[in-house]
Design a protein around this ligand. Structure first.
Ligand SMILES: [Zn+2]
Length: 173
């Protein structure tokens, strides 16, 4: 875990930002479908091997979060459920379901854009990625293009509220 954290911290900011930009591009695809804009990519050996974006409403499926969509694709590509040696770049802190899947997939690391104080499970509500007792811990780096990721979410919800003309609409991520 120490080595993985060191690698993550020593990687140039420009490299992290390049992959986060692609995660943001994925989030924009969700937004184009009027979905909450969350996107991610999975990187291995410096290359993107899978992309995913939130399609929960489009697919009418709670399992259609960006992270799970990308994990599915990465595993198919690698022919392995284990994502050892892989790093996920995701625009928003993962939920409990996705954080659980990332641990199950034994992914090396997760780089997060914006934190999600009300629902995030990489340290905000709970930290499932680094919980004591599990046999795998996922190292994390927060705040890569964080402002941009957070602004994307805020703008989306502001537009949604304006469209619905109500302040009482509550959307859970
Ligand atoms: Zn999720």
């Amino acid at each position: 875990m120490e080595n993985r954290l060191k690698t993550l911290q020593e990687t140039e900011t420009a490299v992290h930002e390049r992959f986060m930009r692609e995660a943001i591009r994925q989030a924009r695809k969700a937004e184009a479908l009027e979905e909450v804009p969350i996107g991610c990519v999975i990187v291995r050996d410096g290359k993107i091997i899978a992309r995913g974006y939130n399609r929960r409403n489009t697919d009418q499926n709670t399992l259609s979060h960006a992270e799970l969509n990308a994990i599915r694709k990465a595993s198919k590509k690698l022919g392995d459920w284990r994502l050892e040696g892989c790093t996920m770049y995701v625009t928003l802190e993962p939920c409990q379901m996705c954080a659980g899947a990332l641990v199950q997939a034994r992914i090396d690391a997760v780089v997060i854009g914006a934190m999600n104080p009300k629902a995030g499970c990489a340290g905000s509500v709970i930290n499932l990625l680094q919980a004591d007792g599990f046999n795998h811990k996922v190292v994390t780096l927060e705040g890569v293009l964080g402002e941009e990721c957070s602004r994307m979410m805020k703008n989306f919800f502001a537009r949604l509220r304006a469209k619905k003309g109500t302040s009482g609409t509550k959307i859970q991520i």
